[in-house]
Design a protein around this ligand. Sequence first.
Ligand code: B12
Length: 163
Amino acid sequence: MRAPGREIPAAPLGMITLAALLPPSWDIRLVNRNTEELQDGDVAWADIVMTGGMLAQQFDSLKVIELAQRAGKPVAVGGPDPTSSPRIYARADIMMLGEAESIIDEFIAAWRRGERTGIFEAPKFQADVTKTPIPRFDLLKFKQYLYIGVQLPKTTIPPPDSF
Ligand code: B12
């Protein structure tokens, strides 16, 4: 779908949520491959490349893994498609499967110990979004998007008859 003046309808809520879960001292560069090119300089700048997305981004995520590994960078994958089909992403150095909230600390601790490979698997459907940090909306280039998703706990959504 194309909307005048917008590159793609929706912003990558998963990625900016992941960014918010990472240590505030880590410098993060968000490159949305739906809207932007990944420059060689982006990969050279990074200590780690993190990629992922939905089925629709699978082909491109695999390309990013290859590109980053060719540049000698460790790659972490996560998000809906790597979680659904981890075998397809087997060449990634690090896998984070499921909701990042409950495994991110384990990954960060391993990274700080110098580990550059590993599989971290979250117990299913345990994330409490009331405790999830506010996504890093500041990383978005708002003019690229038609709308921006937000996550609400079920209890804060009014029942349909209250509209
Ligand atoms: C909202 C939504 C959409 C919206 C908006 C998407 C957007 N860009 O924001 C719209 C309607 C556009 C959409 C479209 C599609 N969607 Co959709 N969508 C969803 C939905 C309902 C919620 C996604 C969401 O925002 N969750 C909230 C965020 C915070 O969670 P999250 O993305 O999962 O991220 C968390 C973790 O996964 C992880 N994480 C995410 N990314 C990364 C990356 C790394 C490196 C790491 C470590 C961790 C990590 O950290 C986050 C915090 O825990 C999910 C179902 C669901 N309940 O999850 C389906 C879902 C993601 N969609 C799905 C699909 C298939 C699609 C389409 C391909 C459908 C189609 N055939 O066209 C299209 C793709 C469009 C495109 N070209 O990109 C599937 C994905 C399955 C798969 N194997 O990939 C899901 C799971 C639905 C399903 N059960 O089938 N979708």
